[in-house]
Design a protein around this ligand. Sequence first.
Ligand code: DX5
Ligand code: ZN
Length: 228
Amino acid sequence: MTIRVAPSILAADFADLGKEIQAVEAQGADMIHVDVMDGHFVPNLTFGPAFCSAIRPHIKTVMDVHLMISPVDPMIEAFAGAGANILTAHVEAGPHIHRTLQAIRAAGTKAGVALNPGTPAAAIAPVMDLVDLVCVMTVNPGFGGQKFISQSRKISEIRRMIGDRPILLEVDGGVDQSTAGEVAAAGADTLVAGSAVFRGGASGPADYGDNIRGIREAARSAATVAGG
Ligand code: DX5
Ligand code: ZN
């Protein structure tokens, strides 16, 4: 199984984001995870479409935009226009997730669906044919640096639901070298990590490489043992 590592720029130096993005990509990042928060769906405010457009030229890999906003639909065109490759909406963000995912694909980007820790896997069963990515939250969304909440059974269940569809199974929140193994053994193939990637950067971006490789190796060896 290929393990992808997606650094969340929420933990990067906002005053130097172009450089931060280039540094993690040079050190092996597979995607750049952008956490969009609206102060309503989650108790924190971060980035909008203009911000995404500004950082887009610095991203050579994949711009993975995690929308922690409600409502989602009125903002889809703007984020797609800002160059997102994947737009992920929360299943809890409104009553019409099916419509939202259709609208994301219609806007020309890949569609993801995210689930909070309190939401069961069954909530996304009806939309499995409409998604390119499922994001299992292992913290309650809103902030970086929170403590990991184990979701192994849900991750395994979603891995079974995915079957042979080409859907990425992403895990987001509290992922570091000590938790990467557990989520990969359960079936996750895409690991978002904010604080665990950007820590130590003050002493030079080579630390980012050590952090990314550490997470990837912990995930790979656990996935191999689990037979993934
Ligand atoms: C949380 C965000 C995460 C966050 C992860 O609401 O969706 O992407 O940045 O940060 P860490 O890895 O520090 O838990
Ligand atoms: Zn996120």
